[in-house]
Design a protein around this ligand. Structure first.
Ligand SMILES: NC(=O)C[C@H](N)C(=O)O
Length: 337
C-alpha cells in the first residue's frame, strides 16, 4: 500500500542554498537577530514531515550561504544542477530554498536559462526556523505542493512566499521585516492554500522552454554593475565601475530612469568606449522606463530596462551579453523577457 502511494506521488528534489529559511537565532524571540545559513537540508526536510504526503522528497545541499553573498559562479553552479535534475526522468519538480535578499535575482536568472517545463519553485523565509511564528515551514510546504502539481508546468520559475504564487520574473523583496515581503507590480499568479494551488494569471514574457538562453551553453557571465541615482549625485561610481571592468552599467535611476546632468556626459563617454548603458528606475512599487522619455536613448545609444528593477536588469543584461554585444539586440531582449 505504502509503495503504491509512493508511486503515485511526484518526485521533488529540494536544492538548499542557505538563507534565513536555514537560519537559527539564540531564542524564540529572535525573529530579526539570527544567523542565516546554519541548518542543513536534511534537517529542513525533517522539520516538515507533512511534505511526505505531498511528494517523494529528497534534498541536496548545493551551498550554505546568506543570499547577499551569492556570486555569479554560485548562480551558474545552481543553474547547471537544476538543468541536470530537470532532464532526469525521475524528477518531476524542483524546489530551491534560498535567502530572500537576492531570491528575486536567482529566480529571474533560472527563469531565463532553464530549458524545461517542469516546475521550478524558489522559496525562502523572513524569520529563522527557531523563531516564534516562523514562516519557513509553511513556505516550504507550499513550495513542494506547487512543485509537485502538474498545473505548475510551463509557467516559468515560481516563488512561493506568504501563501502567494509569484512569477520569478516579476517578484521583488519589497519589505525587509514583514512576512508579506514579496510583491510584484503586476500581482501574484495564484495562491497556495492547504497544499492546493489556485491559479489566476499566466506570465506574458518569454521564459524557460521558450527562452533563447540555455544554461548549458553559458560558462561565465560578464561583469555588470549598478550605480544609484539621487540628488547631488556625481559620476564617480559610474566611472570607477567601468574602470574596474564592467561591460554594462545599470543606472538605478530616479523616477523615469532619469539621469542627472552631472552624470550624462560620463555615460555618453562610457558608451562611446563600448560600455552598455541601461536605464532603470529605483522607485519602490515597480518602475516603467520608456525609450527616449527623459533621455534621448536613440541618440546616446542607450538601452532601457522597462519594468525591470535594477537588480533584475543586471541579471538580464549578463545573460543577454553572453550572446550579443549589440545595443539594439539588447533592447529587443529587454522588451521580450
Ligand atoms: N530573509 C533572508 O533570507 C535574509 C538573508 N540575509 C538572506 O538573504 O540570506
Amino acid at each position: 500500500k505504502e509503495a503504491e502511494q509512493q508511486q503515485k506521488l511526484a518526485n521533488v528534489v529540494i536544492l538548499a542554498t542557505g538563507g534565513t529559511i536555514a537560519g537559527a537565532g539564540a531564542s524564540a524571540a529572535n525573529s530579526a537577530t539570527y544567523q542565516a545559513a546554519k541548518v542543513g537540508v536534511d534537517k529542513l526536510i525533517a522539520g516538515v514531515p507533512e511534505l511526505a504526503q505531498l511528494a517523494n522528497v529528497r534534498g541536496e545541499q548545493v551551498m550554505q550561504i546568506a543570499s547577499e553573498s551569492i556570486s555569479n559562479e554560485d548562480l551558474l553552479k545552481l543553474g547547471k544542477r537544476v538543468a541536470e535534475l530537470a532532464e532526469s526522468n525521475d524528477v518531476d519538480g524542483i524546489v530551491i530554498t534560498h535567502g530572500t535578499d537576492t531570491l528575486e535575482e536567482t529566480a529571474y536568472f533560472l527563469n531565463l536559462v532553464e530549458k524545461t517545463d517542469k516546475p521550478i519553485v524558489v522559496v525562502g523565509s523572513m524569520r529563522p526556523g527557531t523563531a516564534m511564528s516562523a514562516d519557513g515551514m509553511l513556505n516550504l510546504y507550499n513550495a513542494v505542493a506547487v512543485a509537485s502539481d502538474k498545473q505548475s508546468r510551463g509557467k516559468g520559475v515560481l516563488v512561493t512566499m506568504n501563501d502567494e504564487i509569484q512569477s520569478g520574473r516579476d517578484v521583488s523583496k519589497s519589505v525587509n521585516i514583514k512576512t508579506e515581503a514579496f510583491k510584484s507590480a503586476w500581482g501574484p499568479m495564484g495562491m497556495v492554500v492547504e497544499g492546493k494551488s489556485y491559479w489566476f494569471r499566466l506570465p506574458a514574457k518569454r521564459h524557460t522552454s521558450n527562452s533563447e538562453f540555455d544554461i548549458k551553453q553559458i560558462s561565465s557571465l560578464p561583469q555588470v554593475d549598478i550605480a544609484y541615482g539621487y540628488g547631488n549625485v556625481t559620476d564617480t561610481a559610474y566611472k570607477a565601475l567601468a574602470q574596474n571592468g564592467a561591460k554594462a552599467l545599470i543606472h538605478a535611476g530616479t523616477g523615469n530612469g532619469s539621469v542627472s546632468s552631472r552624470v550624462v556626459p560620463a555615460l555618453q563617454e562610457l558608451r562611446k568606449n563600448g560600455v552598455q548603458i541601461i536605464r532603470s528606475s529605483h522607485v519602490n512599487q515597480g518602475g516603467f522606463v520608456l525609450r527616449n522619455a527623459e533621455q534621448p536613448d536613440d541618440k546616446n545609444d542607450w538601452v532601457v530596462a522597462h519594468d525591470l528593477n535594477p537588480q533584475k536588469a543586471r541579471i538580464l543584461a549578463m545573460v543577454a551579453m553572453t550572446k550579443t554585444q549589440d545595443s539594439k539586440e539588447l533592447q529587443r531582449i529587454f522588451w521580450e523577457y
